[in-house]
Design a protein around this ligand. Structure first.
Ligand SMILES: NC(=O)c1ccc[n+]([C@@H]2O[C@H](COP(=O)([O-])OP(=O)(O)OC[C@H]3O[C@@H](n4cnc5c(N)ncnc54)[C@H](OP(=O)(O)O)[C@@H]3O)[C@@H](O)[C@H]2O)c1
Length: 306
């Protein structure tokens, strides 16, 4: 089988991105230094993964440090070879944000502008391909938030605007005040987390014409490691299904499951392991049978059949 990663459009207005995205959230645990991360980025390019997902808040053990780590690696490889998706709005306790007294969310003009400028500087780029509002800020003033994002597009600091973890109504609220189209909603979806298929999220994406980005398609590893009785059973089923398609194991069956939904979701994989990423590439080239797909639904949430 020839393994390819298709180039897809998140939305008709763009951006083009790779049909499998690599997420940087765990990168500081996976790579000991920026040089090792740069090697990994070159390997991703060689395999057709050109889109990287990051966020202002990512960093372990120190929040707000991944973008700088990624920027050092990108400087060695060439940031212009990638599409970069980043996010703003999560505030965590960190020595880099001494003003934060509690974890909170902030979609104010001041925070979005500050976060954008810091992302540009840390990543070492002139323009961000996509800026996502990371998690709902319940105190958001939609006119202020949308107006700020449109202005950043007009200034050429960001090319496209999207959201993440936003309900359909909140996404529509932001869209109602934005001039720019919303090009994606980055959400969780996996055999362990089925909400988007039945809560209207995927219907909204199809209706309005964007592809969601799918985070934690294997539940952040929990699908492979949890000893929870229900997960052990699900892992067994996914392992059996994987064999049918010549896939490496349950993780790849989970990615083929995610990939099957007609919404055309773009999986964001978080593994730093090359064999596992190759397995994911095989998975997005696999067309899972309808009845296998439904057997996973039945194992995870039989109430969806009622
Ligand atoms: N928008 C949001 O709110 C949000 C939230 C979470 C994540 N994200 C994005 O989505 C990306 C992916 O999330 P994720 O890392 O949770 O995705 P994931 O692909 O579901 O999980 C990756 C994790 O699973 C482990 N893993 C993979 N295969 C395994 C196997 N066969 N056995 C045991 N462990 C295995 C990986 O470890 P190895 O590295 O050792 O393979 C890694 O720790 C993040 O990097 C971030 O960019 C976004």
């Amino acid at each position: 089988m020839t393994l390819t990663i298709p180039k897809v459009q998140m939305h008709k207005s763009g951006p083009p991105c790779s049909g499998l995205v690599w997420g940087t959230m765990r990168s500081q645990s996976q790579f000991s230094n920026a040089h090792a991360l740069a090697d990994h980025l070159r390997w991703l390019l060689d395999h057709g993964i050109t889109t990287l997902d990051t966020a202002s808040v990512y960093g372990h053990p120190d929040p707000f440090t991944v973008e700088e780590f990624l920027g050092e690696a990108l400087a060695q490889v060439g940031a212009d070879k990638f599409e970069i998706v980043t996010k703003c709005g999560i505030q965590r306790l960190s020595k880099h944000r001494p003003e934060n007294k509690v974890r909170h969310f902030d979609f104010s003009e001041k925070e979005i502008r500050k976060s954008t400028d810091l992302s540009l500087q840390k990543l070492g780029v002139d323009c961000l391909d996509v800026m996502l509002l990371h998690r709902p800020d319940y105190l958001m003033d939609p006119d202020e938030t949308a107006g700020t994002l449109d202005d950043l597009v007009a200034q050429g600091k960001i090319k496209h605007v999207g959201v993440s973890n936003l309900s359909v109504s909140r996404t529509e609220l932001v869209a109602s005040r934005l001039k720019a189209p919303i090009v994606t909603n980055q959400i969780e979806f996996s055999p362990l987390h089925l909400n988007p298929i039945s809560d209207g999220t995927f219907d909204h994406a199809i209706r309005t014409g964007y592809k969601p980005m799918i985070w934690s398609p294997i539940g952040g590893g929990r699908l492979l490691t949890s000893e929870d009785e229900h997960v052990v059973k699900l892992r067994g089923l996914l392992g059996t299904i994987a064999k049918t398609y010549g896939l490496d194991g349950p993780a790849d069956a989970a990615i083929a499951f995610v990939n099957k939904h007609p919404v055309g979701g773009i999986p964001v994989v978080g593994s730093g392991n090359r064999d596992r990423i190759l397995g994911a590439i095989k998975a997005i080239n696999t067309d899972m049978d309808r009845q296998d797909w439904y057997s996973i639904i039945a194992a995870t949430n039989p109430s969806l059949f009622l």
